[in-house]
Write a protein of this length. Structure first.
Length: 115
């Protein structure tokens, strides 16, 4: 993933947070682009390799998997709902709306400073 992609994702996320779409459908998760990929391949690019759930932090996502996940996210029809849900629930695991936990935390901190 190029630096330009990261900048585009950050600008997109800021715009979504500043102007959220209409309230999400209750079944928005059923429309995610990630579901079919996971069901067809069994590969979880969004959360990384299977680990003991009690010790999993969600931060060990291999870069190649993260890049694949972000590519799927960019074409997802419910990307905005996913990102907003990650912020609303303070989800610190996995890639949501195309952003890693680190990127979401960094964006949240930047927006808090700007407010």
């Amino acid at each position: 993933m190029s630096h330009e992609d990261t900048d585009q994702d950050r600008r997109w996320a800021k715009a979504v947070i500043a102007n959220p779409p209409a309230p999400a459908r209750k079944d928005w998760k059923a429309h995610g682009a990630c579901g079919p990929v996971y069901r067809e391949t069994g590969l979880d690019w969004w959360y990384g390799p299977d680990e003991d759930e009690a010790s999993y932090t969600g931060t060990q996502i291999p870069k190649s998997d993260a890049d694949k996940a972000r590519a799927v996210c960019r074409a997802c029809p419910v990307r905005a709902e996913c990102l907003l849900d990650a912020f609303r629930t303070d989800d610190q695991h996995g890639i949501r709306g195309g952003l890693t936990p680190y990127q979401r935390t960094r964006l949240s901190n930047q927006m808090a400073k700007a407010a």
